[in-house]
Design a protein around this ligand. Structure first.
Ligand SMILES: *Cc1c(COP(=O)(O)O)cnc(C)c1O
Length: 384
């Protein structure tokens, strides 16, 4: 009756529907299911951030429409944090844009720059937003496989010249969801040089920049010389400060790209609730005091899960960042995940859900407390 638009039909089907149904069915039988499938922090937003938001709720000026770019005080906090954290200078007026979560900005970027027939380079496996955003804008995604033998970095030399000639945007995401890999400076240098040669935009997704372990800080794409001439970087307060529900993120970098995305957004949304921006500003201004405790919690969990997986003989790389383990299980990741759920009530995500190149792997999130993780790992040990 109401046929959906062609652009929706181009979107790959939702691959987890069957697994969701199975989870429900098993839960209905009374099984205590442990969900290690979701990428959503279980830890609450730190109290001081909530207190700032409560106070900001009472401010009458916050009840009105926010400015499109975001509050200047929020953008200044972003600039200051970027300088402290990455030693990158940003102009709060022209090189920073507040977003309703980084997903929102990522999804809208192609609308600003992609025409029919343009290519967008999209990694696979990947966060499932880059390819649909490309389709919505009329572009064609070109897959850059992320393979273990290349440390889950795209092999830039494998992208054909004619594809590069039609490329408008390259999406990258390090520290990476789902593989947990980190980018190197050398890799980013090659990206900058390729982008300059072929005149395309680099859109780096750095949502996990503060979720690192062993004191090895992930770098920013913008630290690379010349990066600001070709790219922007997306950040999120979601994972850094356990604020996924608040919906606040930002993008920084090349002012022309920021301006283009901003023009799309002025026609679609009206910015982020200012009370949320005030909370975000405080969070960024105190990042160095807030995030070590959060990292500490995840690092303990990572070590716990690593001990079990090692004993069980799984093939994986111990994550240096993110809250994901990317584990090789052999061919059919969906069957593996289903069987794990049926046999021990533990949910993991089949790698194929992140793209064809993710087949053969599962993603396990450590977004449950230590007791639950231990219980899950004990159950898996028995089941195998
Ligand atoms: C969680 C996540 C995001 C985004 O989050 P927002 O909550 O929209 O800021 C972006 N990219 C990746 C790779 C993620 O995993």
């Amino acid at each position: 009756m109401f046929e959906v638009a062609h652009r929706l039909k181009e979107i790959p089907p939702y691959l987890f529907a069957e697994l969701d149904r199975l989870k429900q069915e098993i839960q209905n039988k009374g099984v205590d299911v442990i969900d290690l499938g979701v990428g959503d922090p279980d830890i609450p937003t730190p109290k001081p951030i909530i207190e700032i938001a409560k106070r900001a709720l009472e401010e009458r000026e916050n009840h009105r429409y926010p400015t499109y770019k975001g509050m200047l005080s929020f953008r200044r906090a972003v600039a200051s944090w970027y300088k402290r954290r990455f030693n990158v200078e940003l102009d709060a007026e022209t090189e920073i844009l507040t977003l309703i979560g980084s997903k929102e900005g990522i999804a809208h970027l192609p609308l600003a720059f992609v025409n029919n027939g343009d290519i967008v380079l999209v990694p696979s496996p990947a966060y499932p937003v880059y390819a649909p955003a490309t389709y919505f804008a009329g572009g064609t995604p070109y897959t850059m496989p992320l393979l273990e033998e290349n440390d889950f970095l795209p092999a830039l030399g494998d992208i054909p010249e004619d594809i590069l000639g039609k490329t408008k945007i390259m999406f990258l995401n390090y520290p990476n969801n789902p593989t947990s890999a980190c980018a190197t400076e050398d890799f980013y240098k090659d990206v900058v040089s390729l982008a300059k040669t072929h005149n395309f935009i680099v859109a780096g997704d750095n949502a996990y920049s503060e979720l690192y372990f062993d004191n090895k800080k992930p770098i920013s794409f913008l630290e690379i010389e010349g990066a600001k001439e070709v790219g922007v970087e997306f950040h999120s307060l979601s994972k850094t400060f356990n604020m996924t529900g608040w919906r606040i993120g930002f993008t920084v970098g090349n002012s022309e790209i920021i301006e283009g995305l901003g023009r799309v957004k002025t026609n679609i949304d009206s910015g982020v609730f200012q009370a949320v921006q005030e909370a975000g500003r405080e969070a960024l201004n105190h990042e160095e005091e807030i995030t070590p405790a959060i990292r500490g919690i995840y690092e303990e969990r990572r070590d716990l899960v690593d001990e079990y997986l090692k004993k069980l003989g799984f093939s994986y790389r111990k994550p240096e960042a993110t809250f994901y383990f990317w584990i090789k299980v052999g061919k059919d990741s969906t069957s593996f995940a289903k069987s794990l759920l049926e046999r021990c009530g533990v949910v993991v995500t089949p790698g194929v859900g992140f793209g064809k190149e993710g087949e053969g792997y599962i993603r396990l999130s450590i977004t449950q407390n230590k007791e639950r993780l231990k219980e899950a790992m004990e159950r898996i040990s028995y089941a195998l």
